[in-house]
Design a protein around this ligand. Sequence first.
Ligand code: HEC
Ligand code: HEC
Length: 211
Amino acid sequence: MKRIAMIAVMTLAFVGFSEAAGDAQAGQAKAAICSACHGADGNSATPAFPKLAGQGEKYMVKQLMDMKEGKRVVNEMLAFLPALTEQDIADISAFYAAQPTTLNQADPDLVELGKSLYMAGNKETGVTACAACHSPTGAGNETAAFPKLGGQHAAYTALQLRKFALGARHEGAAVAEVRVNDGDTRMMRDVAFRLKDYEIEALASYISGLH
Ligand code: HEC
Ligand code: HEC
């Protein structure tokens, strides 16, 4: 109960930005330049590029604003960011959010560990259950801007967990190698730096088939 209350407080502190209303139809045309990497419907074919299909609209707006402001550095996207207006970002995010997500196949050998960590965390090392914020089905939490994880490419999920962990350990590392845009409460850095490498692999595989 205490943990739930704490997460609710973190949520209020985290989503402190205003938002223009997104138009998915306008967003589809504007997303044409993004499709080379993220796929025409947001289900990217290449694991290095995250799927955007079905991702929460608020979460995507936050990521793109963070990228524009240099709080999250994605080198592959630097060239596209200056031209994106707040309205473009809202429209493109509304478009991708409305697309159905395809699922990948989890490695059957990793499901047991992945599921246990995802649903219950690891009490010994202080890892919080992912399900508490990202929901038991991996759908995320739109109101709180907690991202959808289910169906995401395992390689991308594992990379983000490593970037958050590195962000917790080395504030001085190269900006594109760390991820530190999880707010002042450091929600994800605090979880990720407690994960062992084999736990990251199991979680990423399990999540790729989660729905
Ligand atoms: C050249 C390839 C490329 C293009 C083009 C591209 N992206 Fe990306 N995008 C990436 C990569 C790579 C990442 C993830 C990198 C990382 O964080 O490790 C990413 C991440 C993202 C994320 C964060 C996803 C998440 O789950 O957090 C969003 C949102 C996004 N891109 C939107 C866009 C939009 C909108 C456009 C078009 C205006 C676009 N991208 C164009 C390569 C690309
Ligand atoms: C207290 C809430 C909370 C918990 C617990 C939590 N997360 Fe997160 N997670 C977040 C938030 C908030 C973000 C987005 C941060 C931002 O805006 O960049 C996030 C982002 C992520 C991302 C990046 C998603 C993307 O599309 O780039 C991954 C992967 C992730 N979490 C995995 C996990 C896993 C695995 C666990 C359990 C071991 C977990 N999270 C536990 C709140 C949480």
